[in-house]
Design a protein around this ligand. Structure first.
Ligand code: GDP
Length: 501
């Protein structure tokens, strides 16, 4: 009681068979005294007290339109396997003028930006395929501005083409079609466009609103046209980012480098990322040590729409996680701990649900068993659980150990009843186990241990179990008439008796 600060919500259960809401601690003590009982008080703190202070970090409210500056569009390449996504991404990476300036030692970091001759820039996520796209989406990250749907002109629309279209539509991301492999001998652009029309994609040439560019990723044909089309699309969409204030970004991928430690590639969505910034992503924390682009060049700062590989993570953040800058490492640890605790609480709740479901199930089984035991309790049964086999030694002590399985408890009862009336002084009979339902592995194991016979009454024996029984020479006998079962028992006993002299 000393710990109870707020008594307004104290709920005292069932004093004089009614519920009493006590509003004063004295009244509570008196009530307990009057009741003459020992009480367990379940104190429910007042509502406003129960709200733990929220120590999470959240993104800022959306920026004003006037704060937005044009930024490169972020593009994901999707399409059917072998239609040329990887080839296209490689070709685009090498087409960058910046890349050429630095001699082009490109490496895969998950995203790269290209600069066109015109100066326009486009950022590509270079983990092609929809697995990456859906991993991001699963975490609620809407990183992609435009999807490039690659369709091979010699193959046309295939299963994953359709899947990609569905995904882009669901995410409400505009699409641009790249009809690839126009250099291939069997290329048929018209047929491909018709196939696209059949799945609801109308390209501009046939009066639709989807831009389609005919390319060869392998021969680098019309790649400029493709990037220009992307820039045009981005302009139409008025894509913009706010480079001021705390950083917001999305994790594209993360990995551990043996020399550089934990790395993550992110794309900045808001703010300007710099060395020394403190970041949180899921439960991971970083103090930015170094920023690099996909050419391995060290960057001073990263603005919205650009990717960077970030060094300085204490744990690996998951792909798709939202990255938020916080003011200090102390605050970052607080956020991380808060999120860790929240996750733990969620896990516990899941566990609690699973446990209570299991308990309910156990309880049901237990009740059924109890009922059965009550009804059949008068039949002698060896105690359940592991025991030493009681197999009499020597041939002169005949015994028969039985395991009985029946379809319903009424039948089982009748069988046990019949068996209990059958005594043979010369042969010791023991019912090792009985139960309802098909013959199980456990029954066979029991029979094997106790050199027993399984009597299966109107129940199945799965072939796997039959095989197990055969391997262990465990006899399983099937019956559907009780007196036949009893006859068989007599016979089994007779077999065990020493021959009459
Ligand atoms: P992904 O599975 O979509 O990433 O496809 P890839 O980029 O791995 O390409 C699959 C195959 O198609 C490879 O053998 C490429 O060389 C070939 N390929 C890709 N683009 C073209 C192209 O424009 N023309 C031709 N002829 N072959 C291509």
């Amino acid at each position: 009681q000393r710990d109870v600060k707020y008594v307004s919500d104290l709920f005292l259960g069932d004093i004089r068979s009614r519920h009493t809401v006590i509003t004063d601690i004295k009244e509570l003590q008196n009530a307990i005294r009057r009741s003459g009982k020992r009480m367990r008080i379940i104190a429910k703190p007042a509502e406003e007290e129960s709200q733990v202070e929220d120590k999470d970090a959240y993104p800022r409210p959306p920026p004003k339109k006037s704060d937005l500056k044009f930024r490169p569009p972020i593009v994901t390449v999707m399409g059917h396997v072998d239609h040329g996504k990887t080839t296209l991404l490689d070709a685009l990476r090498h087409s960058s003028v910046v890349d050429q300036e630095f001699g082009g030692i490109t490496q895969h970091i998950g995203a790269f930006s290209v600069q066109l001759q015109t100066g326009a820039k486009v950022t590509f996520l270079d983990t092609p395929g929809h697995a990456a796209f859906s991993a991001m989406r699963a975490r609620g990250a809407n990183l992609t501005d435009i999807v490039v749907l690659v369709v091979a002109a010699d193959d046309g629309v295939m299963e994953q083409t359709v899947e990609s279209i569905k995904m882009a539509r669901k995410a409400k991301v505009p699409m641009l079609v790249a009809i690839n492999k126009i250099d291939a001998p069997k290329a048929n652009v018209e047929r491909t466009e018709q196939m696209l029309m059949q799945v609801g994609i109308q390209v501009e040439r046939v009066g639709g609103d989807v831009q389609a560019v005919h390319i060869s990723a392998l021969k680098c044909i019309n790649l400029d046209q493709l990037t220009e089309a992307l820039v045009l699309q981005a302009e139409l969409m008025e894509i913009g980012g706010d480079p001021s204030g705390p950083v917001e970004a999305v994790v594209v991928e993360s990995r551990v480098d043996p020399h550089r430690g934990r790395l993550c590639t992110l794309v900045v969505q808001r703010g300007t990322l710099k060395k020394g910034d403190v970041l949180t992503a899921d439960t991971a924390i970083a103090k930015v040590r170094l920023l690099r682009d996909s050419n391995g060049q060290i960057l001073d700062s990263v603005e919205p729409g650009y990717p960077a590989e970030v060094e300085g993570w204490k744990d690996l953040p998951p792909a798709g996680a939202l990255v938020l800058e916080v003011e200090s490492e102390r605050r970052a640890r607080e956020v991380s701990k808060f999120r860790e605790d929240k996750k733990e609480a969620e896990r516990l709740e899941e566990d609690a649900v699973a446990i209570s479901a299991k308990m309910e199930q156990h309880e049901k089984v237990y009740k059924e068993r109890l009922q059965l035991k009550r009804r059949l309790g008068r039949f002698k049964l060896r105690p359940e659980g592991p025991r030493k086999p009681e197999i009499p030694e020597g041939d002169n002590e005949p015994f028969i150990n039985l395991i009985i399985k029946a379809d319903v408890d009424g039948t089982l009862e009748a069988i046990l009843e019949a068996l209990s009336t059958y005594h043979s002084k010369k042969c010791k009979m023991d019912i090792v186990s009985y139960g309802i339902g098909a013959v199980t592995e456990n029954d066979v194991e029991l029979a094997d241990t106790f050199k027993g016979i399984i009597y299966a009454f109107n129940v199945d024996c799965p072939s796997r179990i039959q095989q197990q029984a055969n391997e262990n020479s465990v006899p399983i006998q099937h019956y559907n008439v009780i007196y036949k079962l009893i006859d068989a028992l007599k016979e089994d006993i007779n077999e065990r008796l020493p021959p009459k002299q």
